[in-house]
Design a protein around this ligand. Sequence first.
Ligand code: VGL
Ligand code: ZN
Length: 201
Amino acid sequence: MKAMDEVLLVIDVQNDFMPGGALAVPHGDEVVPAINALASQFAHVVLTQDWHPPQHVSFAEHHAGRQPFETVMLPYGEQVLWPTHCVQNTQGAALHAALSIPHAQAIVRKGYHPQVDSYSAFLEADRKTPTGLAGYLREKHVRRVHCVGLATDFCVAWSALDAKAAGFDVCVIEQACRAIDLNGSLARAWTDLAAAGVARE
Ligand code: VGL
Ligand code: ZN
């Protein structure tokens, strides 16, 4: 059993990120048994859900003439346009049915502001609006955050970097993550994580 000051942060293990889903991550379903096994070793487990309104700014369908996986400039910076995914209260946004973590104690939803994306579980893409997760973990006296889930190079990496910046010890458990890998994003993510001092386990 892990110490009481450690948390397993399970990121976006949702149907739309599974093979056949709206924004499928290759082999995304393989993280489910890995995460179930890990979670049994943690007293503290927190889950996240990507949770977009139907009109969300990250959806390519709302940008005339643009296709999914292109990039646009928004007031807060560059934004990748995605296929419509993880719409609030849909089956696609639901957690994978085989994810089995009955003792998970909180679910953080993110990306619910129509005009701002949030890959990170800690800070929205404007880089200034907190989700509240850092405060929650501090109140629980958590010191170390173990990150797993989908996708390694987007929500997992951004969450790990922000956890580190918020003052936590952070690791990413590679075998319990899978990547989208868009234009070299996976290699870049590992470089950024290493530079920030996030451990790769
Ligand atoms: C994610 C792209 C868009 C993720 C979420 O969970 O990594 N990626 N929304
Ligand atoms: Zn999203």
